[in-house]
Each structure stands twice: as structure tokens, then as C-alpha cells.
Design a protein around this ligand. Structure first.
Ligand SMILES: [Zn+2]
Ligand SMILES: [Zn+2]
Length: 773
């Protein structure tokens, strides 16, 4: 069936194009069930059977038994493998046996929490008294939840701002806290993940004050080494359950690269590929015509709308009844609307749905005939979650990955094993980042004074140094018994656990006064400067004014035909070197702290074709970011040996830097936007041609460190991605970057391959001449 579907889709490809790069058949996996554990109360077993679970799968029982026996556990299995049951069993059993026990459930999003709460409520085990406690919970209800709920569903933000600071009001809840469930824990990465790791340590400290020592049950997508990731996140040793015994139908996975369109010219005359969204719409059209229930994942909301729209238009020519059977999954759907859409896709009323990644969380769609993934969704874990929506037991399904025009996607479709054979990456967090640790320790000290004994849990010596600084600065007070917060005001509200610290800039619609969202202070100058086109949930706005004093960006609704991109001057200086390896051939590789100074000086207005309308100057102050970076240097002689002239060197280094930033997400579970880079033919601190790749967050989020640790595979993949692109001299699929502050000039594609080869040869051939750390 699935191979047949692929043939149908290929039949629709225009003559002369050959977008198919690889096909892989994934075999069917049969299910293995297990007996209900004897400790599951009859009433709960009956309720679950009523919900359709006759017998649990083996991995569910394995995870539930660990939790039951008091071991912290992480269950890391695929989409639709019933991870919820694995924690419902021990939690609901405990709540029903012990009338006083309580449990806490945490999810990264409110929507997922609401879904899980509904699922528990539908079991009808009322004495568990499950209840939501989040930003939407009305004030009068909050008192009831604190006093009576036994299973509280909340999110890290609410735990941070609403629960822990007023733990005394939750005393009876904490005293009896038996379980903490951390759902979708692979979503906690980077700065947010580092905050959540420390938040969970604060939670354990508060629970301990009331005499409780809850068991942690974490649920994760399949990732490599889940025990280590979960233990790092929760701060307690976790056992991992990874052997997925749920059934999975056979799947055909196709890797697809849209063709270059020679008749169009992009930035600096570079060729352009047909967009992944347009290609996806075409593929979805063919699949819907075949009657295949198809889900397409598109990176942006607007992209999802456009994909559904163009599929509908194409279908109208085939059969007037078909357009109505294609829909876009829109942001802002109410839960009922979301479920109605799921249901119509499940029963085949709808045949095609285009969605953003938002659908990835907490929506019960599985067993589809086809899934199309337009653009790499950021992690292999996400890719497999999305691909896992396709395929029922006993039936096969099709998964198509459509490359977007960036170096990472190019690399993946040309190196299928990197995508299909590689263990899924573990998440990167850095709870020791002083920029995260400092505000977290301040919040912790407000909740309960910090003692010497607590420090081990918060990073030991690092926490000690941060506390000394906080004391010197007068933020905390040191007394013989520990560190104290002495102000009356709570520090929590000013600590944004999802951002990178500092005051967020609020984006406000001038007419209505409605706040559309917030922007990290570090990103405000490049995204909401005066004249910037700002997209919010698929709607376009133009910024009238950015007021730095008040932290407000005022916008109005407008959908101009151009987009804007900032021109930025960036300087980087080395503050300290943590590790340096010097290779005999004349290459050094370094990891350390840097100061990145950026100055947004203008912005370009560009048409969708890439044509530049004009450049508008801006008058904004410089900004400095202290963070971590990895950098390498080469001698001028080495570059000359590689055949690069003085004139070509800047473009070669710049192109190598761009592509390396594009590939790093494959090795460091970051977003391309989380990192930045600088390249120069002569850097004052190194005295040599140098390429820097730095973390985009104050203090770093662990990405530069991961890049340093994975230097050889990372730069090898970078070189391979550039070499695989068939464009003549550089395009968005290889060395052009959408966030280049320099308008993608100069770039030397072939030179970048030579720079990377030179560095890799030097590093691979020899042990370093000297190594310092
Ligand atoms: Zn290219
Ligand atoms: Zn650049």
C-alpha cells in the first residue's frame, strides 16, 4: 500500500525532475501485552478496560512497576505508545489506596495538560479529584484546588510563579506528595530546560521541608540515553524504560529534495528551490486523490494555511467534493474544535490536514496512511514523533520528508543514515549556567533559606560562587544558618524561565492595546525594530515604534508585500579560553567565554522573490552578550596551501561559518536561531583567520560546549552538506543564511569546503601539539 502511494506521488512529478533521494522500508513491529499488575485496584482496571485498554503493553507495566516500587523512572518510547497509562497506573493506584496521598503533573504546554486531565477525568475515578492549576484557573477555584485536589495538573511556569513561592498555602498538598509526573520531558532543553531542572530541585526541597520525598515519573519521546537526560533534569537517578512494545505498522520513508528553479534568482543571484511548502501541498494533493488520510507538518502557521489552501485549489480541479476534505490546523483552536478535527481525520471525513508542530503535543492522532514532514522539525525525536503518526498494525503507511532550503535539510536527504539510523539525540541543558543559576537561587532562597546542605543539589562549587556574588551585590544576605532573601517582594515574577533573562519586550497592537507576545531583549533589535514586519500566529504586523525605556514595541496590522531583514555589525572578543588544542599543521580549536557586540544599523526590505527594495538606516545602541563559543583558527600559510587567495579567504570562512551554524542543530538539539557566528580573516585576539560559533544566550545554554565535543562529526557533516548541494556558487540550501547580518556577502562556497577539509585534516591526523584547559 505505502509503496503504491509513493509511486502515485512520484507519478505526479513533472518530467525532468527527480526529487527522490532515498527510500527506506521500516518493518512492522507486533505488540507485546502483559498482565495487569496485582496491585492495580479492580475499580481502576475496570475503568481502563472501559476506556478500551484490555491488557497493558509490556513497557507500560515495566515503567509503572518501577514507579510503584519507589524508583524514579523515565519512559522513553514512541508516539501513541501509551505513556500516559504508565504513570496513571501507579499514581491512581496510590491515590485510591491512600486517601490522603497527592500527586503533581507537569507539562510544557497548557493544551497537553488539559488533554491529560481530561483523560484522567474520563476514567471516572472521582476520588482522585484531579484538577488544573494554571494561568486560566479562576481565582475562586484556586482555593478549592489547593485545599481539595489530590492530583494537580500544572506547568513549570505556574509551579515557578504560583505554587512554590506560596508553598505554605500548599502545605497539606506537599506533605502528602507521592508522585511527580513530568510529561514530554524531552521538550525541556536549552535555557528553558536548564530553568526547569533547577525548578524541579526547588520543588524537591520544598517537598522535603514538609517531609515528602516524591517519586518522579518522566515521559519522553525516544531519545538516546534517556536515563542520563532524565536524571540531569530531575536531579535524581532515574531508570529508563525504552523497549517499546506497542504495535507499529510497516512504513515506507522517502527523503525528498525539491528541485532548483533556474528561472528564479534569490539573494545575490543565487538559485532558489521550489519551497518545501509548495512541494508538500503537491504531495498532499496526490495522496488525498488516492484517498489516503494524510497529515502534513509545516514549520510555520502561515505555511500550514498556505499548504492547505494550495492543496484545496489543486483538488478543486480534480473533484469538487475533495477541497472540503482538506483543512489547516490553526493556532487558537478551542479544545473542542481540536478534538472535532482529530475525529474527522481519524474517521476519514477529512483526508488531509496541514499543521504546525503544535499538533505534535498531546493530540491523539495515530494510524494515518501518510505523513509529510516539510522541513526538519529541529530534532530527530520530533521527526520520529511526527512520522509515528503514520501506520497501523497490519497496514503499511508512507512517510515523506521534504527538505527545506537550508544546509541541515540538504545534509539529511543526502545522508539518510544520519536521519534514519542515528540514535535520537539527548537533550542539552546546562543547570550550571550562572545566568540561569543566579535567578533560580534567588527564588529558592525566598522560598526557604539556602543552607550549605542544599548546595550540592544546585551544582556545588558553581552555586557557591554564584551565591557569593549575590551576597556581595546585596541581593541575598549571608547569615550563619545560610543565605536569605530579605526583601518583602517576591523575585519570581521577574524571572522568565522560558527566556534568557532580562526584561522581555512586549509587542502591543497600538489600536486595541492587545499584547501579542513578548520578545527576548537580545532579539528585540533584530525582530521588532521600527519598520520591521512582525508575524504573529500567521498574521502580519508592522512595527511603528520600539521604546527601549518602557520595553514596548507598538505595532499595527499590515501585510506588506515585502519582508524585512536587519543588517548587523558584529564583533566578538575572547574573554577567556577554557580549552585549547593546538595542532601541528597550524590549526587551533578553542572553547571559552566571549563577548559578542552587535549593532543593528539598518534593515532591508525584500520582495518574496528575494529582490531588495531598499535599505533603511536605523539608530539603535550597541548590545553586548557574554556567552560561550567554540572557535578554530588556521594560519595564512595553510589557507594558501589550500589554494585560497587573500581575496577569497573572507568569503570562504564566512560560508564555512554559515553552514556550520546550519548543521549544529543535528549535534546540539538547538535551533539555528539559538546560536550565532562570526568569521574574520584576521581576528585581533587570535592574530589569525578565525571562525567563531557562539551560544545566543547569556552564559550559554550548553550548545557551544556540545559543538566543541562533537567538532569532527559536526564539521564533517558541514563540509558534506555544502559539497552535496548542486548549486554553482552558494544558495540557501548550503552556505547562505537567512539571519546573516551582512546580506550573505561575501560567500565562497568552494573555499568553504577547502577550509573545512583543511581543519578536519589537521585535527584528524594528529594529536594536538599542546592542550590547555
Ligand atoms: Zn547550494
Ligand atoms: Zn553571515
Amino acid at each position: 500500500m505505502s509503496r503504491l502511494l509513493l509511486d502515485r506521488v512520484l507519478a505526479g512529478v513533472p518530467l525532468g525532475e527527480n526529487p527522490l533521494r532515498h527510500v527506506r522500508e521500516l518493518p512492522e513491529r507486533p505488540a507485546t501485552t502483559a498482565d495487569w499488575p496485582s496491585w492495580v485496584p479492580d475499580a481502576l482496571r475496570t475503568a481502563l478496560a472501559g476506556g478500551g485498554v484490555e491488557r497493558p503493553w509490556a513497557h507500560q507495566v515495566e515503567a509503572a512497576t518501577h514507579a510503584r516500587e519507589g524508583r524514579h523512572v523515565v519512559i522513553a518510547t514512541g508516539t501513541a505508545s501509551g505513556k500516559s497509562l504508565a504513570y496513571q497506573l501507579p499514581v491512581l493506584s496510590a491515590l485510591s489506596e491512600n486517601r490522603r496521598a497527592t500527586a503533581l503533573y507537569l507539562s510544557p504546554t497548557k493544551a497537553l495538560g488539559a488533554d491529560q486531565l481530561r483523560a484522567v477525568r474520563e476514567l471516572g475515578v472521582d476520588d482522585a479529584r484531579p484538577a488544573a492549576y494554571d494561568g486560566d484557573t479562576p481565582m475562586p477555584e484556586r482555593d478549592w484546588v489547593r485545599a481539595h485536589a489530590r492530583w494537580v495538573f500544572t506547568n513549570p511556569d505556574m509551579l515557578h510563579r504560583g505554587v512554590l513561592p506560596s508553598h505554605a498555602r500548599w502545605a497539606s498538598f506537599f506533605r502528602r506528595l507521592a508522585y511527580v509526573v513530568v510529561d514530554e520531558c524531552h521538550g525541556y532543553r536549552g535555557v528553558f530546560g536548564s530553568h526547569v531542572a533547577l525548578l524541579l530541585r526547588r520543588l524537591r526541597r520544598v517537598a522535603a521541608k514538609y517531609g515528602a520525598d516524591p517519586v518522579f515519573v518522566l515521559a519522553s519521546a525516544t531519545v538516546s540515553d534517556p536515563a542520563a537526560s532524565a536524571s540531569r533534569l530531575a536531579g535524581v537517578p532515574c531508570v529508563a524504560v525504552t523497549d517499546d512494545r506497542s504495535p507499529q505498522g510497516a512504513r515506507t520513508v522517502a527523503l525528498w529534495e525539491p528541485p532548483l528553479l533556474p528561472e528564479l534568482a534569490g539573494e545575490n543571484g543565487a538559485p532558489v528551490r521550489r519551497s518545501a511548502g509548495a512541494e508538500t501541498a503537491r504531495i498532499m494533493t496526490d495522496l488525498v486523490v488516492e484517498g489516503a488520510r494524510t497529515l502534513a507538518f509545516v514549520r510555520s502557521r502561515r505555511g500550514a494555511e498556505l499548504t492547505a489552501l494550495s492543496a484545496r485549489q489543486a483538488l478543486a480541479d480534480v473533484d469538487p467534493s475533495l477541497p472540503a476534505r482538506v483543512a489547516a490546523y490553526r493556532a487558537g483552536f478551542l479544545p473542542e474544535e481540536r478534538r472535532a478535527l482529530e475525529k474527522s481525520l481519524a474517521d476519514g471525513t477529512l483526508l488531509g490536514v496541514a499543521s504546525t508542530n503544535a499538533l505534535e503535543l498531546g493530540v491523539d492522532i495515530a494510524g494515518l496512511d501518510a505523513v509529510v514532514v516539510a522541513g526538519y522539525p529541529g530534532t530527530l525525536a520530533s521527526f520520529w514523533q511526527q512520522a509515528g503518526r503514520a501506520g497501523r498494525a497490519g497496514d503499511s503507511a508512507l512517510v515523506v520528508f521534504v527538505a527545506q532550503d537550508n544546509p541541515l535539510d540538504t545534509y539529511l536527504v543526502h545522508n539518510p543514515s544520519a536521519m534514519l539510523d542515528k540514535p535520537v539525540e539527548s537533550t542539552v541543558i546546562d543547570p550550571g549556567n550562572p545566568y540561569v543559576l543566579a535567578p533560580q537561587l534567588v527564588c529558592a532562597a525566598m522560598e526557604l533559606p539556602l543552607t550549605e546542605k542544599c548546595l550540592a543539589d544546585f551544582g556545588g562549587p558553581v552555586a557557591r560562587r554564584v551565591l557569593d556574588d549575590l551576597t556581595t551585590d546585596g541581593v541575598l544576605r549571608k547569615r550563619p544558618t545560610g543565605w536569605f532573601w530579605t526583601s518583602r517582594e517576591r523575585p519570581h515574577a521577574s524571572v522568565d524561565i522560558r527566556g534568557s533573562g532580562g526584561e522581555q519586550v512586549a509587542v502591543v497592537e497600538a489600536d486595541s492595546g492587545r499584547m501579542l507576545g513578548t520578545v527576548d531583549p537580545g532579539a528585540a533589535f533584530t525582530t521588532v525594530h521600527q519598520g520591521a514586519v512582525y508575524l504573529h500566529q500567521g498574521t502580519s504586523y508592522v512595527v511603528d515604534d520600539l521604546d527601549l525605556e518602557t520595553g514596548l514595541a507598538m505595532v499595527h496590522r499590515e501585510d506588506p508585500e515585502w519582508s524585512t531583514s536587519p543588517r548587523e555589525q558584529i564583533d566578538i572578543s575572547v574573554l577567556s579560553v577554557a580549552e585549547q588544542a593546538r595542532y601541528r599543521a597550524g590549526v587551533t580549536v578553542n572553547l571559552g567565554e566571549v563577548a559578542v557586540t552587535s549593532h543593528v544599523v539598518a534593515y532591508l526590505r525584500k520582495l518574496p522573490s528575494g529582490q531588495v527594495l531598499d535599505q533603511v538606516p536605523l539608530d539603535l545602541p550597541e548590545q553586548t552578550l557574554n556567552t560561550r563559543a567554540v572557535w578554530y583558527t588556521l594560519t595564512d600559510d595553510l589557507l594558501a596551501d589550500a589554494g585560497l587567495t587573500k581575496h577569497e579567504t573572507p568569503g570562504a570562512l564566512h560560508a564555512a561559518e554559515h553552514a556550520a551554524i546550519g548543521l549544529l542543530p543535528l549535534f546540539a538539539t538547538c535551533d539555528r536561531w539559538d546560536i550565532g557566528g562570526v568569521s574574520t580573516a584576521l581576528h585581533p585576539d587570535t592574530g589569525e583567520p578565525t571562525v567563531f560559533v557562539h551560544d545566543g544566550h547569556p552564559g550559554g545554554a550548553g550548545f557551544a560546549d556540545r559543538a566543541h565535543a562533537a567538532l569532527i562529526p559536526w564539521l564533517t557533516a558541514t563540509r558534506d552538506a555544502i559539497a552535496a548541494c548542486e548549486c554553482p556558487s552558494g544558495c540557501p540550501s548550503c552556505v547562505q543564511s537567512p539571519k546573516c547580518g551582512n546580506g550573505n556577502e561575501p560567500l565562497h562556497k568552494d573555499g568553504a569546503i577547502r577550509v573545512l577539509t583543511t581543519v578536519l585534516n589537521a585535527v584528524a591526523d594528529a594529536t594536538p601539539e599542546s592542550k590547555a584547559s
